[in-house]
Design a protein around this ligand. Structure first.
Ligand code: DGY
Length: 371
């Protein structure tokens, strides 16, 4: 088998594995100057599980892992046996991490919130309009030489301005998306969330003051009474919930039926929040329905028929995919590891961005199972 592992600072005292090549250089300098040896699986492939277990070996202090690896009992047990104390998930989503297993084995798991919020919200916006305005079909049409001149009925899309937006999961990223969409396109707004998002509502109240001062109609917004209200009323539905047993197949045949015939649905959270087979069937039977997906139920595989649908736009899990976000995720992942290995404690989650600067405070930036 090819040896993809790249070793850096081999004599470092603490041994860190990084299961895929990640962007930037600062994260590596941080680990090296803290006396770590770093081994990076330097290829685009997933590390085979057996290889990962072999590589953890008898001494491994911490791992920076990826969202498509299943960090379960077996891996945490192995890491703990090797003296490991820290696992840093290179993602904000952590449905791939068994936190109870990590805790059982005395390992602190961390994630990378706060540094990818804007990037993921922007990708959500890009997908919303790509789906609503036939961007991909239009692009194919032009490339194939089919564009022979302006036509009044060519690829008519859906106007978002003053329509109703429904956001499922109005937390950090969903809230950022909602702010941009509502204040950018004057959309009425419903959200479904466990708790009221007071910051978001204050922001929208201020936005309405601005609209009124400019003699414009205010937008109407509220936390939806229930999911059904949102599904029935929204023209554009955007999903930002994390995946767990309560959100698995949250969108299924019956919820799809509640949506408007010509609704636009986008998902930049995790694929299995949508029953993808049901979605394919719904899109096949409702040509006016539009959908933009960045994530898939059996990622990277697609359910049969999905790639044949012209009312669906597909991107390859690019939510956080800007250079800035991904390099900051790298730094945060390294800071998480070192903070745990240094024995720091957690302390709130105020402004995560201070951890990507040069003088981070002495606490763990984003622990998931400590404190
Ligand atoms: C995350 O961080 O969870 C995103 O899905 C990565 O794009």
């Amino acid at each position: 088998m090819a040896d993809y592992w790249k070793k850096i600072n081999e004599n470092g005292k603490k041994r860190i594995l990084v299961t895929r090549s990640i962007p930037g250089r600062k994260w590596l300098d941080i680990l090296i100057s803290a006396g770590c040896s770093v081994e990076i699986y330097d290829t685009h492939h997933l590390v085979p599980r057996k290889e990962l277990i072999r590589k953890i070996g008898s001494k491994c202090d911490g791992v920076i892992g990826q969202l498509d690896e299943d960090w379960d009992e077996e891996l945490f047990a192995k890491l703990a046996q090797a003296g490991g104390k820290a696992f840093s998930n290179y993602a904000v989503g952590y449905d791939n991490v068994d936190l109870e297993a990590a805790t059982r084995h005395g390992i602190i798991a961390c994630n990378t919130p706060g540094v990818l919020t804007g990037a993921t919200a922007e990708l959500g916006i890009a997908l919303s309009f790509a789906a609503a305005r036939n961007i991909v079909c239009g692009d194919n049409y032009v490339r194939k030489g089919k564009f022979h001149g302006w036509l009044p009925k060519l690829f008519l899309g859906k106007l978002m301005q003053r329509r109703t937006l429904g956001v499922i999961g109005a937390g950090r990223i969903g809230g950022a998306y909602a702010r941009r969409m509502v204040s950018g396109f004057k959309m009425d707004f419903l959200y479904h969330n466990r708790t009221r998002n007071d910051n978001l509502e204050n922001y929208l109240n201020n936005y309405n003051t601005f609209l009124k001062e400019n003699n414009e109609e205010p937008v109407v917004f509220k936390k939806a009474d229930n999911m059904e209200e949102l599904l029935r009323k929204a023209d554009l539905i955007a999903i930002f919930v994390s995946l767990n047993k309560d959100t698995h197949h949250l969108i299924n045949t019956s919820s799809l039926k509640m949506m408007k015939r010509d609704a636009v649905l986008i998902n930049v959270s995790r694929g299995a929040v949508i029953d993808e087979e049901a979605l394919v069937e719904h899109c096949q039977n409702n040509s006016d329905f539009r959908c933009g997906l960045d994530v898939y139920e059996d990622e990277p595989k697609l359910k049969e028929g999905l790639d044949q649908l012209t009312n669906v736009v597909l991107t390859p899990h690019l939510g956080s995919g800007t250079f800035e976000s991904r390099t900051n995720m790298s730094i945060l992942a390294a800071r998480n590891l070192l903070a745990v290995l240094n024995g720091y404690k957690p302390k709130g989650r105020e402004d995560i961005k201070i951890f990507v600067g040069d003088n981070p405070p002495d606490y763990i930036p984003a622990p998931l199972n400590a404190g």
